[in-house]
Write a protein that binds this ligand. Structure first.
Ligand SMILES: [Zn+2]
Length: 176
């Protein structure tokens, strides 16, 4: 039986042949590193599969629910793959944040003036809750933040702002 990889490879070869109309050898282009516009590219000849120069890539990345549907070169799978993965996760975070979908606590940091603390963010009933900061910071910085927020509240200041940064990978570390 033909392997899934072989099927993907052959489809890539056929697509390339249709475009080049036989003016170039048969081969497979890695869809991630092929830049077009006459730039140099690597053409993977039929032996490439046996030599394990190509591997299966998850699209979209596995971390956001992707599945394996394309062959890429090993370099892309190892390096560019991670970059794309990270970029897509960032995009997901931004979309989730503005769509008010942070279904579970997401690690983040909060900065007010010169003070920066770690916290967890979650949307609940249309409100953004920042929680747990007493648990994920040194007690002194948590106390400083509490003091800062108390002073802002007491002074009824309306001119303050804070910066919230969602951490990409920190939440994976399993802070509970
Ligand atoms: Zn590649």
């Amino acid at each position: 039986m033909r392997s899934r990889k072989r099927n993907w490879f052959d489809r890539g070869v056929q697509a390339f042949a249709r475009v080049t109309k036989g003016t170039l050898p048969e081969g497979y282009l890695c869809p991630l590193c092929y830049e077009g516009d006459g730039k140099p590219f690597t053409l993977y000849l039929p032996d490439a599969l046996n030599m394990e120069l190509l591997s299966e890539e998850d699209v979209p990345p596995r971390s956001i629910g992707g599945r394996r549907i394309v062959l890429t070169c090993k370099d892309c799978n190892c390096t560019a793959g991670h970059t794309i993965d990270a970029e897509l996760r960032k995009m997901e975070n931004v979309n989730d944040f503005w769509g008010r979908r942070l279904p579970r606590n997401r690690a983040c940091s909060i900065e007010i003036d010169v003070l920066k603390v770690n916290a967890h963010a979650i949307w609940e009933n249309g409100k953004l809750l920042l929680t747990n900061y007493a648990r994920v910071n040194a007690p002194s910085s948590a106390d400083q933040m509490t003091g800062m927020l108390d002073r802002i509240a007491e002074a009824q200041r309306t001119d303050w702002e804070f910066k919230l940064t969602l951490e990409q990978d920190a939440w994976k570390r399993g802070w509970a």
